[in-house]
Design a protein around this ligand. Structure first.
Ligand code: G3I
Length: 349
């Protein structure tokens, strides 16, 4: 009998033993790895049980983004939706990761100014308010996707106008108001073997060297890991990149792992095996590095997954997307067994 639907701030969800297989969170913990998942706040009780069983860390999927939290200077902070997700995490003894204090896709345009002191005051005030509200957060994506592919930094107002001074200020303000949180810079397309992905790795490494040189606080880099069936991930290139990050004293979080099966065969049995092999090959490679400390799935089930939601707009050859470890009825797919094998084979860190 499934535990009845509990509100976010009540007793933890208890999963009938064996229902969802070995807990990925427990398996990860035995390897010194944090296992987490993005969560949309969906109220389905089985979905919440699945998350509570497998995840030891939760990331609000969009409710902690700058524009969502405070779209206008005069607006009060829209903390309600992220409070609900934080309540679910707390009730189930899960850690909370804050994603994200800066993202060009969800900017706080009201903080824009040509005057750097005004930007420091306004953007710094936003960061202070948010990280103090979620003082329980164990880590923050201070920046999401600020590195460029064809140029060192993304063509975005704050980053282009103020550069390292702005980046340093945001990192220092975050540390000042969240002194025990690990600070992260997160980005995508760092795992492909293409020339533009290698260029992006170099741009990230240059930025990190500058950040370390001026003593800005930074603890980890998020490699999002949205594995594409179009631009195949390169395990060797990703491992070399992780090693160079380790040389800078930085940990790595695989921060948004999923497999987009858009160009894989339409046959579900064949496609599920291909998706599973992709997860296993990539994770076996990156988890061989002990500086990889966290693995977050950007959706654990096809039931509530951004790739599935988005596919209404996306041209697909292969029918309904099946990117996750569990299908839309929370049944384990070959990808779940594949991830379990990769975790079992990973060295302790
Ligand atoms: O469900 C609500 C609906 O109730 C509401 O009426 C509607 C209008 O506001 O919004 C709906 O929520 C949308 C949500 O996706 C679910 O569809 C949000 O508006 C929309 O912003 C949200 O998009 C998210 C996107 O980031 C932008 O924030 C995706 O869920 C999320 O998966 C995606 O995640 C990003 C990472 O942050 C960064 N890396 C790439 C990754 C995938 O794009």
């Amino acid at each position: 009998m499934l535990t009845s639907m509990l509100s976010d701030a009540e007793t933890p969800l208890a999963t009938p033993s064996g229902r969802f297989g070995i807990s990925l969170g427990d398996l990860g913990k035995s390897r010194g790895l944090e296992i987490g998942c993005a969560f949309s706040g969906h109220t389905d009780p089985e979905y919440r049980l699945l998350l509570a069983h497998h995840c030891r860390l939760i990331v609000p999927e969009w409710q902690l983004k700058p524009r969502f939290l405070r779209p206008r200077r005069a607006a009060a902070y829209n903390f309600g939706p992220s409070d609900a997700i934080a309540g679910f995490a707390a009730s189930n003894k899960m850690a909370l990761h804050g994603h994200t204090l800066f993202w060009h896709e969800e900017p706080i345009r009201w903080a824009r100014s040509e005057n750097v002191e005004r930007v420091k005051r306004d953007y710094g005030g936003f960061i202070r308010d948010v990280v103090e509200h979620y003082s329980q957060a164990v880590s923050w994506d201070v920046f999401n996707e600020i590195v460029g592919e064809r140029q060192p930094l993304r063509d975005e107002f704050f980053v282009q106008t103020f550069g390292l001074q702005f980046i340093d200020h945001c990192l220092r303000i975050t540390q000042e108001h969240a002194p025990s949180a690990r600070l992260v810079i997160n980005d995508y397309n760092l795992e492909c073997g293409t020339d533009w992905s290698l260029a992006k790795q170099d741009h990230m490494l240059r930025l990190l060297e500058q950040i370390k040189a001026i003593g800005s606080p930074l603890h980890a880099v998020g490699i999002q890991g949205h594995l594409s069936s179009i631009h195949k991930a390169s395990a060797p290139s990703t491992m070399r990149f992780i090693d160079r990050l380790a040389d800078l004293g930085l940990d790595v979080f695989i921060s948004e792992l999923d497999v987009n099966d858009s160009t894989m065969p339409a046959d579900i049995a064949v496609r599920d095996i291909e998706v599973a092999a992709y997860y296993e090959e990539f994770l076996t490679a990156v988890l061989s590095r002990q500086s990889v400390k966290r693995l977050v799935f950007w959706g654990i089930s096809d039931f509530d997954h951004w790739v599935v939601r988005r596919q209404t707009r996306e041209k697909r050859r292969s029918g309904k997307a099946r990117p996750a470890l569990f299908d839309d009825q929370f049944r384990p797919k070959p990808a779940f067994q594949a991830v379990t094998r990769a975790l079992e084979g990973a060295p302790r860190r």
